[in-house]
Structures are given as structure tokens and as C-alpha cells.
Design a protein around this ligand. Structure first.
Ligand code: NAD
Length: 473
């Protein structure tokens, strides 16, 4: 396959998928289970090859992180879907008003058709395969566009999926941003996009030409609030390990920490200690992932340079006092305290191992800080006082929340996952992925003994009496 594919090829690929869908219709429960099982087994069998492809793209990507974030998450979700699919596919009976008795109604879940999936590079297989699992579970065909930033993984996925599925069932398109743009403008039955908020707007614009419904799984700045009276050591440990997983290149990573003013120094010391405990060495640690490419490395360096040239305090996290070689793209993690509100670390999604700390005096101020900014994909709160937890839950809006933890909300198979506002819309994971990629079709069955005669003219006295009885005078 060449690096780029012309839009005619894309249209041809979509046409084949659509023709097969029209011809063969909805697969049965057993056929869907067979497809999912095939994917599950192959992913387990090829996990090492997959981890190697991702590592080759990143320069260095922890194999353990790949096993957790690419294999475990996908296999776990496939198993969850397989356990629930029969129940999800059942028509749902609907409750009707007595006025329409004895008619009945039900809701059917019908495959929508061909689903397009555009994925980012940071978890380059999971963010292709988990949407694919939902698409297949719902009985659809899928056309996938993995990221050009991770070409080895994209090539792996193309070969991997071609060995499992006919190209009229699942097709993988590789290529650059121009291919992605052409892909986004195809008349899919649903377009599932994971990526940045900026590109999300282009996707929605492109999809609007054909009225293609979209799911936008976007990014942004997810705050971690360390509550008054929280266990500072525990909060610091979880926030920094969440930040350093995949070197911070995670959409749901805690982007910045809100810390009570009085606890600032204790929190900084706890972050340093936790870094040393989990990463005694960083520069050559195979479990500390590299930054994906030079432009991203330079972007992060720029964020820190700006902070260093301001009044902000930059604290490097370098437990073994190592030298970091730029060629390896391992980024020396850092805390930034007191960055200006209009600085890069406070305005851009960080997507790297830099942790800005913002201090606050009262929970009101911390909540207001979050609410004054775009609605985040995730929000984390540390503290055990129930009244404070309730205030944070009730008074902020976020895609998802974890209390006294970071990121683990994402791997709970039963929980829906999706952003709100600038962090996106639509959900997947749990049953929501199946529902999002199905047509929820309501069907009304008139009884042979009913007829809704009163709703048709001529409207006589019985209608008026019944109207007064039902609606009131
Ligand atoms: P990106 O938006 O630059 O690219 C994502 C995909 O969109 C790529 O496949 C790319 O080829 C394609 N693309 C780029 N420009 C396009 C255009 N104009 N039209 C159509 N397609 C286009 O994002 P990225 O840098 O790959 O990933 C990082 C971003 O993704 C971060 O913002 C992160 O928070 C977000 N993200 C979100 C989630 C989530 O589940 N919400 C998960 C992972 C990453």
C-alpha cells in the first residue's frame, strides 16, 4: 500500500463496504461473536508484534504500557461486549399510555451501516480497535484511518485486520493528513473521530456536507483537584504516575493540579518522592516512554522555556540526576508552579510530562477555576470528605470523573466514555458504544382491536369529553 490513497480509492472502498452491507444486512448474534472472538484471539497472539510496532514509532514505548493500554483495554472490552451482546440486541419493549391500549411498541437496535473511524497516534491501536469492536458489535462494517504519525503501527493494523476480515467487512486506509481530510468528507453512516479539539471542528464541518452523524472524542486540559485535608502523598503519587504513563501523551492524563496553598511544598516533595519511587531512573528506563516525534518534543521544550523565562518556578524531576539525550526523545519531567494564566502550560493541552500546579485557598475557588475554563474530558478529585466530593460532582461538568484516582474510570468496561463541550460529544465503551453505532428504531404496533379512531375526524362529543378528561379543563 502506498503512503497516500486517492479519494477515488476511498470512495471505491466505501462503495464496496456499503454494497456488502446492503446485500448481507445485519449479521446474527453468533456471527458478531465470531468476529469479536477472532479479533480477541489474534490481538493476544500478536501482542508482542504490536508492541514492537508502537515502540518503533515512538522510538521507545514501554512494552508494559502497550500491554496495559493497547491489549488489556481492547481484550477486556471485547470480553465485556461478548458477555452482554445478546441482551443488548434484544428488542426493548416500551411502555405506552393506557389511551393507546391495547397497542404495543418496541425499540429495535439496527446496524447503522458503514462506520468511519479516524484515530490519533497516542494509543495508536486501542483507539482504532475499541471503536471497531463497537461497530462490529452493532452489526456494522467499518473503514478505519489510523494516524500517519505512527506509520509502523498503522501498517501493522492494516495487515493484521486484512488477515482477519474481508475488505468488504473492515477496511484500513493509511496515509497522510490529506487522506484523512478526504476520508472525513466521505458519506459514512457514522463518523467516529478521536483527536484534538482543533481538528474535531474540521471533522464536524466535513461531515456536515453529507449530514453524517459524528462522535467526537476530543482532548483538553483535565484538572486534578487535591482537596483540603486530602492525603497529599497518595494524591501526588497517583497524579504524577498518571502524568508519566505514556510520558503524559494521554487524553485523560491529569493536565494540571489544583493544590491548597498551605499544602504546596508538601505536595512538591511528595511528587519528587513518588517519581523517584516509580522511576528511579528515567533517561534509559524502558518503562518511560519517549515523546512521539521531534515536533512534539520541541513543543514541550517550548512550553518549559517560556515558563523558565517567566517568573514561574520550574522544578525538574530527575531522581538519578541523569543527562537526557535529545535523540532518544525521553523528556525530563518537570513541575511548573506559578505559571501565568496566559502562558502555554496554562492554555494548551500539555500532552507530555509537565505538571503545572495552581494553588487555591478554598474549594469554592478551585471549583470556580475549573468552571471558568472549557469543560474537561476528565476531572480528578482527591479527598475523602463526602460533602466536598458531592460539591465537586454537583458543581462541575466533565466528561468523566475519578475520585481518589486518575485515569482508571477509562478502563471500567461498564462506564460510558466521552467528553462534553470542548472535550467532545457522544459516548462509547459500555453499552453506549453499541447504542451509538446502532439505529435505535422505535416501532409502534397497532392492535387489530384498537384503531385510534377518536384521533381522526369527524371529532364528535366523545372526543371532547375524553379530551377534557385527559388534558383537564
Ligand atoms: P489530531 O487531531 O491532530 O489527529 C487525529 C487524526 O485526525 C489523525 O488520524 C489525523 O490524520 C487526522 N486529521 C488531522 N487533521 C485532519 C483534518 N483536517 N481533517 C480530517 N482528519 C484530520 O490529534 P493527534 O495529535 O493525533 O492526537 C492528540 C489529540 O487527541 C489530543 O488532543 C488528545 O487529547 C486527543 N485524544 C482524545 C482521546 C479521547 O478519547 N477523547 C483519546 C486520545 C487522544
Amino acid at each position: 500500500m502506498t503512503e497516500t490513497e486517492s479519494s477515488t480509492d476511498l470512495e471505491g472502498t466505501l462503495a464496496k463496504l456499503r454494497a456488502a452491507f446492503k446485500k448481507q444486512g445485519a449479521p446474527t448474534h453468533d456471527q458478531r461473536i465470531e468476529q469479536l472472538t477472532k479479533l480477541e484471539r489474534a490481538l493476544i497472539a500478536k501482542k508482542d508484534e504490536l508492541a514492537e510496532a508502537i515502540a518503533a514509532d515512538f522510538g521507545s514505548r514501554s512494552k508494559h504500557e502497550s500491554f496495559i493500554a493497547e491489549v488489556f483495554t481492547t481484550v477486556g472490552y471485547i470480553r465485556y461486549v461478548k458477555d452482554h451482546l445478546r441482551e443488548w440486541m434484544e428488542p426493548e419493549s416500551a411502555e405506552l399510555s393506557w389511551l393507546f391500549a391495547p397497542s404495543t411498541a418496541e425499540i429495535l437496535y439496527q446496524p447503522i451501516g458503514v462506520v468511519g473511524v479516524i484515530a490519533p497516534w497516542n494509543y495508536p491501536s486501542q483507539l482504532v480497535l475499541v471503536p471497531l469492536v463497537s461497530a462490529l458489535a452493532a452489526g456494522n462494517r467499518a473503514m478505519l484511518k489510523p494516524s500517519e504519525v505512527t506509520p509502523k503501527t498503522s501498517a501493522f493494523l492494516k495487515t493484521f485486520l486484512a488477515a482477519l476480515f474481508d475488505e468488504t467487512q473492515v477496511a484500513v486506509v493509511v496515509g497522510d493528513v490529506e487522506v484523512s481530510k478526504a476520508f472525513a468528507s466521505l458519506p459514512f453512516d457514522h463518523l467516529f473521530f478521536t483527536g484534538s479539539t482543533r481538528v474535531g471542528k474540521d471533522i464536524m464541518r466535513a461531515a456536515s456536507a453529507n449530514l453524517v452523524p459524528v462522535t467526537l472524542e476530543l482532548g483538553g486540559k483535565s484538572p486534578a483537584i487535591v482537596g483540603q485535608g486530602a492525603n497529599i502523598k497518595e494524591a501526588a503519587d497517583k497524579i504524577i504516575t498518571g502524568k508519566l504513563f505514556n510520558a503524559g501523551q494521554t487524553c485523560i492524563a491529569p493536565d494540571y493540579a489544583l493544590v491548597p496553598k498551605a499544602a504546596l511544598e508538601e505536595f512538591i516533595e511528595a511528587v519528587k518522592a513518588a517519581t523517584a519511587k516509580h522511576y528511579p531512573s528515567l533517561a534509559n528506563n524502558p518503562d518511560y516512554t519517549s515523546i512521539v516525534n521531534d515536533p512534539h518534543f520541541d513543543r514541550l521544550t517550548g512550553y518549559l522555556d517560556e515558563a523558565k523565562n517567566s517568573e514561574a518556578r520550574v522544578i525538574e524531576l530527575n531522581p538519578a540526576n541523569e543527562k537526557f539525550e535529545k535523540e532518544k526523545r525521553k523528556f525530563l519531567p518537570a513541575i511548573v508552579v506559578g505559571a501565568k494564566e496566559d502562558s502555554l502550560v496554562m492554555t494548551e493541552e500539555i500532552f507530555g510530562p509537565i505538571l503545572p500546579i495552581v494553588t487555591y485557598d478554598t474549594l469554592d475557588a478551585a471549583i470556580a477555576y475549573v468552571n471558568d475554563r472549557p469543560r474537561p474530558l476528565s476531572l480528578y478529585y482527591f479527598g475523602h470528605r463526602r460533602s466536598d466530593i458531592d460539591r465537586v460532582l454537583n458543581e462541575t461538568i466533565a466528561g468523566g470523573v475519578a475520585i481518589n484516582e486518575v485515569m482508571l474510570q477509562f478502563v471500567q468496561d461498564s462506564l460510558p466514555f466521552g467528553g462534553v463541550g470542548a472535550s467532545g460529544f457522544g459516548n462509547y465503551h459500555g453499552r453506549d458504544g453499541f447504542v451509538a453505532l446502532s439505529k435505535k428504531k422505535p416501532v409502534y404496533y397497532q392492535s387489530r382491536f384498537g384503531g385510534g379512531a377518536l384521533l381522526r375526524p369527524p371529532y364528535g362529543k366523545t372526543f371532547e369529553t375524553l379530551f377534557r378528561f385527559v388534558v383537564g379543563k
